[in-house]
Design a protein around this ligand. Structure first.
Ligand SMILES: *Cc1c(COP(=O)(O)O)cnc(C)c1O
Length: 229
């Protein structure tokens, strides 16, 4: 079987598992959206998955995404591209121009830059705040104790509509408590969506209320390099 066929099989398997996890959690069928994470994979590897009708994709680096997605998006205009990696302020312009959803707002400066670019470009990606639920110093995301107030400031000071929270639990910990914390914070902040769960734990995340799961290697196979995020 070719790598492309494997990715299509991987996608189907993950979609089946999501449906099972929704049912087990007594959640409505289709209440969880799969964001297929394509970082490190090129357009040829991604295309067969697009051709099955899947439309939601995620990348963690602006520059890498610029190398493959403008052409694919021109060809398939209903694709929804999510930025799931840390955003540098000097890349905000490019990020607002390319992405349909930015999941990684985590500080005042970025919120301000995004608001400025939305005003300039007349293009408004949907927005999430990333929360560092494990308080890991090397990881992006706002301190959970400041998350609800930060969401409020995004609204009141920057005029941004925040529709969800995102987290990446510490690699070596049971993710359940982190998912539960994000769910609680979303209630406090008054946001609807929870982006949580990756290849190793998306079914658990669904049990804790995830509405977006971000799954890469379970679809596309192992990435050549380990993740530095
Ligand atoms: C790479 C990545 C994922 C997907 O990870 P897999 O373990 O391959 O499913 C999800 N979220 C973020 C933020 C990532 O960088």
């Amino acid at each position: 079987m070719s790598a492309e066929a494997n990715a299509v099989e991987g996608l189907k398997a993950v979609l089946r598992n999501i449906a099972t996890a929704e049912a087990e959690a007594r959640r409505a069928r289709g209440s969880v959206e799969l964001v297929a994470v394509t970082k490190t994979f090129d357009a040829d590897a991604i295309r067969p998955v697009i051709e099955t009708g899947h439309r939601s994709f995620g990348e963690n680096r602006v520059q890498e995404a610029q190398g493959k997605w403008p052409e694919l998006k021109a060809e398939f205009p209903d694709i929804e591209l999510h930025l799931i990696g840390p955003l540098q302020s000097n890349k905000t312009k490019e990020a607002v121009a390319l992405f349909d959803v930015i999941q990684s707002i985590d500080r005042e400066k970025i919120a301000k830059e995004i608001a400025k670019e939305i005003g300039k470009q007349g293009r408004a990606p949907r927005l999430y705040v990333q929360v560092n639920t494990g308080l890991e110093p090397q990881k992006a995301g706002i301190d959970p104790r400041e998350a609800a107030a930060f969401v409020q400031r995004c609204r009141s000071e920057h005029g941004l509509t925040i529709e969800g929270l995102m987290c990446i639990p510490p690699f070596d910990e049971n993710p359940g408590p982190h998912f539960a914390l994000l769910e609680k914070l979303a209630g406090e902040a008054g946001v609807e969506h929870l982006s949580m769960g990756m290849s190793g734990d998306y079914e658990t995340a669904i049990a804790f209320g995830a509405t977006k799961v971000r799954v890469g290697s379970a679809i596309f196979g192992h990435r050549p390099k380990p993740d530095q995020d």
